[in-house]
Ligand binder design. Structure first.
Ligand code: UT7
Length: 324
């Protein structure tokens, strides 16, 4: 048994922040942001209402509706989140309440942007080992709470949102095929210190260090080097031809990163759908919410061969091959 993706759902906050809105608070311009990132706007949550637990719950409800499954049938919930509004109960427990899945197993995973792939692979392993038959896998992020709004190098990149998938054990689904990597080399190019550290608030610079810190050039280089490598490694490990892939659904961080990866893989850019232009980088939510959008647009259809890949803090990166 392997999990078939039976339903998809997503949530984007109501408030849209354009590049011109950002140009009013930091020294930047719509032209610079669009040219370097492909981003035109992002959705930023209402901090009092659209908390990660709320966004995750709605994305999960929508995925269940799409699958035609009641929350009470779910026996596992895994949520990937780096920016939760609560540490206890976990985001997964909050989603459990939102969908009425009382009694099922629930836990969170934090693996930065590739976290949704880590959650997906974990849920698939539960299904393949016979430990569950219907799972909800959610990715949610509220980076607006962690971004330094005075740092033009990072605040222009991120947006908030959530994406979710329902996996249903199915004998005819092909085995889950994936690779995950991490390295401590260059870990310092993407960091955020935990805020709950005794006495650290008195240290100079501690508050800033709890905000998202990034060396953009190093992250860019890491992404365009490692993502083509892991996708090639995946195709060799599982013996498939990259030319047969219908869609490469990549982490939506930067259009230039995606374009460079497509070129390095020798693949046409039309196989690399993007939402980064209107959502910004929603970290772990980017892949499931893009899949949801593609499905609604009729571009994600049964039988397609798909590569998923993401990269981020840790440094971490991962890739999956799925037959949808
Ligand atoms: O989920 C993973 C998360 N992280 C990423 O995906 C980040 C990957 N990296 C990137 O996307 C790019 O490196 C950035 C978009 C962050 C930056 O683009 P870049 O082409 O690498 O620019 P840069 O950092 O090399 O900066 C070039 C110039 C600098 O000015 P000087 O030193 O040449 O005078 C920056 O100060 O652009 C300046 N700059 C800006 N100018 C206007 C940096 N940010 C901005 C800005 N507006 N927002």
């Amino acid at each position: 048994m392997t999990g078939r993706i039976a339903g998809l759902g997503s949530y984007l906050p109501k408030r849209i922040v354009t590049n011109d809105d950002l140009a009013a608070i930091v020294e930047t311009s719509d032209e610079w942001i669009q040219e370097r990132t492909g981003i035109a706007q992002r959705h930023i949550s209402d901090p009092l209402v659209e908390k990660p637990s709320y966004m995750a719950g709605i994305a999960a409800q929508r995925a269940l509706e799409d699958a035609g499954i009641d929350g009470s049938e779910i026996d596992l919930i895994v949520v990937s989140c780096t920016t939760p509004d609560k540490v206890i109960p976990t985001m997964a427990c909050c989603v459990q309440e939102a969908v009425g899945a009382d009694g099922c197993g629930c836990f969170d995973i934090n693996s930065a942007c590739p976290g949704w792939l880590a959650a997906y692979n974990t849920a698939q392993s539960f299904i393949e080992s016979g430990n569950c038959s219907k799972a909800l896998v959610v990715g949610v992020e509220c980076l607006s709470n962690f971004v330094d709004w005075e740092d033009r190098g990072t605040c222009i990149l991120f947006g908030d949102g959530a994406g979710a998938a329902v996996l249903v054990a199915d004998e005819s689904a092909s085995k889950n095929r994936f690779i995950m990597h991490a390295t401590y080399n260059k870990a310092e190019c993407l960091t955020a210190e935990a805020r709950m550290q005794p006495k650290r608030w008195e240290e100079e610079g501690f508050l800033k260090s709890t905000m998202f810190q990034m060396n953009g050039r190093d992250v860019f280089r890491f992404a365009v080097t490692e993502v083509p490598k892991i996708i090639t490694e995946l195709s060799e490990k599982y013996s498939f031809d990259l030319n047969d892939i219908d869609l490469f659904i990549l982490h939506q961080a930067n259009a230039r990163i995606i374009e460079t990866i497509a070129k390095r893989l020798g693949q046409d850019i039309s196989k690399f759908p993007m939402t980064v232009y209107d959502t910004g980088n929603t970290s772990t939510a980017s892949i499931p919410s893009l899949m949801d959008r593609l499905k609604k647009e009729g571009k994600l259809v049964k039988g397609q061969k798909i590569v998923l890949s993401s990269f981020g803090g840790g440094l971490t990166w991962a890739a999956n091959y799925i037959e949808y």
